[in-house]
Write a protein that binds this ligand. Structure first.
Ligand code: HXC
Length: 253
């Protein structure tokens, strides 16, 4: 199968409305594109208007029903406004993807507590805030929902906190918290509201802001050598996993 050829039917998420934070670049943008190509309506949220505008026009050029909303996941009022704008624009909300993240390389010694807090605020608190604001729309019988099931949440993390990583103490702590948020919401909101909450933890993924910011060029070729398949992951791989998890096929989970 050609790499670009999706293993899924083109209508696998047809009619679903999704909101993707950080959906204008990197892995978030690939998820936006693939969800749209497979029939979903896509709202993307980001802080940078230029990035959002470029992403939305690129989605439109593919015939995808997309809209961009400026906002910072660290601000509860932005989270609420963007969730409400998405529902107002498309009529409901079926899927929330938390892909927004902050990152930079710094030693623990040189990282200020405010720098640590900043990344925790974006990744962990931001993810919880978005979930919290989206809850009333995602729950079974929630506003505008035409499905008899609850919606779904997908959180994008990483693998660097499974052990220890140089110069990533803030990100490791933040992503570990997101993994906990995923498990606890899956338990509470799965039981109470029929909302499926899943996470994807990508390893190094090529052609992303994370990779260019965090992995120096001289290490990139070495990274390839230690990967099990001798290659770095692609955004497409993550988008396909995401598609499965939010689709009706993923409801069997
Ligand atoms: C040390 C830094 C720093 C740096 C910011 N800070 N950048 N400290 N080294 N490079 C500190 C500041 O000194 C300050 O602390 C605090 O962080 C807040 O900085 P601000 O610049 O005011 O914050 P803000 O403008 O809100 O920007 C936050 C940001 C964010 C985290 C830098 O803009 C960002 O990273 N954006 C990039 C998004 C991105 O790359 N996304 C892809 C993520 S990839 P003081 O004490 O001075 O006040 C990913 C994958 C992970 O997550 C897995 C990879 C394998």
């Amino acid at each position: 199968m050609a790499k670009e050829e999706s293993p899924f039917k083109a209508d696998v998420v047809k009619g679903k409305v999704c909101l993707i934070t950080g959906g204008g670049s990197g892995i978030g943008f690939e998820i936006s594109t693939q969800f749209g190509k497979h029939g979903a309506s896509v709202a993307i949220m980001g802080r940078r208007k230029q990035v959002l505008d470029a992403a939305v026009s690129s989605l439109h050029s593919l015939g995808i029903n997309a809209v961009g909303f400026e906002g910072d996941v660290r601000k509860q009022e932005d989270a609420r406004r963007v969730v409400e704008s998405t529902v107002k624009h498309f009529g409901c909300l079926d899927i929330l993807v938390n892909a927004a993240a902050g990152n930079f390389l710094v030693s623990a010694e040189d990282l200020s507590p405010n720098g640590f807090r900043t990344v925790i605020d974006i990744d962990s608190v931001g993810t919880f805030t978005m979930c919290h604001e989206a809850l009333k729309y995602l729950k079974k019988g929630g506003h505008g929902r035409n499905s008899s099931r609850g919606g779904s949440i997908l959180n994008i993390t990483a693998t660097l906190h499974y052990t220890a990583s140089w110069y990533q103490i803030h990100v490791a702590a933040a992503k570990a918290a997101v993994d906990s948020i995923t498990r606890n919401l899956a338990l509470e909101w799965g039981t109470d509201y029929d909302i499926r909450v899943n996470g994807i933890a990508p390893g190094p993924i090529g052609d992303t802001p994370g990779m260019s910011k965090l992995v120096p060029d001289e290490i990139k070729s070495k990274t390839r050598e230690v990967m099990p398949l001798y290659k770095i992951g692609e955004k497409w791989d993550i988008a396909m996993a995401a598609l499965y998890l939010v689709s009706d096929a993923g409801e069997l989970l």
